[in-house]
Design a protein around this ligand. Structure first.
Ligand code: SAH
Ligand code: SF4
Length: 411
């Protein structure tokens, strides 16, 4: 695997120390430029003794023309291209599986390590919108997740590792490239219109890599996305929400899922560390005070509808109270079942009456459409099976086996 950010001085120092080094020593791991944000790449070029504006040029080739071969970067001198070729590469994560559905949904599975469970998924969901066709990409930020929400299959895998910047931005790169593979380089365009950090993992627990990746999404030299079209979803890592206010301006979604601490402690265990009062206060701080920042006029509240668990009228009433001082839009998510999940999806009627209660109270409340069912792709529930060997996955498998045993003995 390529190393993400190796300083050039380190690379050249190694080469300088042993000018006549044997072959294996000169085969230094190449630096992957795919994941670098512009400031990082500018520093990289400066360290190399090059002008920093070269970074912008190279970024355009990578993220706007989807070029991975330095030879195709025609506005870069031959000498510099040669130099780059020697020490750098542009390498997206390996696609082990892809599936393009009839309804336009596309899904990729990437291998990001050697283990059986070192796979992450990315889903692209198209939808007609007032402003035209939207292509929303749901990006993963970690392999597995440490937070163990009780209704989430990623949580059941346990945490394996953070994704690198190249692995995060590589998902966006690959999705865009998939539409442009057969188009001549100079005619290529960016196709993904929206990004949601709602794939596997908790993005705020891989903060720096996610932050730099989102900067690349917004950067005019890369994807140039509008800040309203990049959404970070979190289960509520309060200090990092405050940090985001200082670092970047993107849309924020909160995985609420329960309107009181007792139930939320059970469904979203990080609530024990950062209870609702703290979470709502952090959301209020996130809302832009001057009202100019259109991405921060409201937060999106995600609420997964679990049959007989959090979908009673009293829960809707508690939501109204909880959110009364927070500019928010509520998105009800029909639960997406996975094998042996301990929950069922709320009935359509129940979801609609929940929505009505909230709408009648003045909230904008939508129901997420379940899409891409024919390829088993749905944002927020990306992994089809628990396939790794972490302790939590083992415990989960044991629990499922025990349940099956009980069911069998009950005939
Ligand atoms: N860790 C972050 C982002 C990834 S999860 C977070 O929790 O916000 C993205 C969204 O999908 C979250 O709102 C999450 O609660 C939801 N989700 C997880 N499992 C789900 C399931 N089985 N059905 C429906 N939504 C689910
Ligand atoms: Fe992690 Fe989000 Fe799943 Fe919770 S819902 S386990 S935070 S990925």
């Amino acid at each position: 695997m390529s190393t993400e950010v190796v300083s050039v001085s380190a690379v050249s120092a190694e080469q300088q120390q042993s000018p006549s080094a044997p072959a294996q020593q000169t085969a230094v791991e190449k630096v992957n430029l795919l994941g670098m944000s512009r400031p990082q790449m500018e520093k990289f070029f400066e360290d190399m003794g090059e002008k920093k504006f070269r970074a912008g040029q190279v970024m355009k080739w990578i993220h706007q023309f989807f070029v991975t071969d330095f030879a195709e970067m025609t506005n870069i001198s031959g000498k510099l291209r040669e130099k780059l070729e020697k020490i750098c590469e542009i390498k997206a994560p390996e696609v082990v599986h892809k599936n393009y559905s009839k309804d336009g949904t596309r899904k990729w599975v990437f291998r990001v390590g050697d283990g059986e469970g070192s796979l992450v998924e990315t889903v692209l969901i198209p939808a007609e919108h007032r402003s035209g066709l939207r292509r929303t990409l749901c990006i993963s930020s970690q392999v597995g997740c440490a937070l163990d929400c009780s209704f989430c299959s990623t949580g059941k895998q346990g945490f394996q590792r953070d994704l690198s910047q190249a692995e995060i931005i590589g998902q966006l790169w690959m999705a865009n490239y998939s539409y442009m593979e057969d188009v001549p380089v100079l005619e290529r365009e960016r196709s993904v219109t929206n990004v949601v950090m709602m794939g596997m993992g908790e993005p705020l627990l891989n903060y720096d890599a996610v932050l730099n990746s989102m900067r690349t999404m917004l950067d005019d030299f890369a994807y140039g996305m509008s800040k309203r079209r990049v959404t970070l979803s979190t289960s509520g890592v309060v200090p990092k929400i405050d940090q985001m206010v200082k670092d970047i301006d993107v849309a924020l979604a909160i995985s609420l899922h329960a309107p009181n601490d007792e139930l939320r402690n059970e469904l979203v265990p990080i609530n024990k560390k950062y209870p609702l009062e703290q979470l709502i206060a952090a959301c209020q701080r996130y809302i832009a005070k001057d009202g100019n920042e259109s991405s921060r006029k409201h937060v999106t509240i995600e609420y997964v509808m679990l049959d007989g668990v959090n979908d009673y009228p009293e829960h809707a009433q508690q939501m109204i109270k909880l959110l009364k001082n927070l500019p928010s839009k509520i998105n009800l998510i029909p639960f997406n079942p996975f094998p042996h999940a301990p929950y069922g999806r709320s009935s359509r009627n129940r979801i609609i009456s929940f929505q009505k209660t909230l709408s009648d109270a003045g909230f904008v409340c939508t129901i997420r459409q379940t899409r891409g069912d024919d390829i088993d792709a749905a944002c927020g529930q990306l992994v089809g099976q628990v396939a790794d060997r972490t302790r939590r996955a083992e415990q989960w498998k044991k629990k499922v086996a025990q349940q099956n045993e009980i069911l069998r003995s009950q005939g």
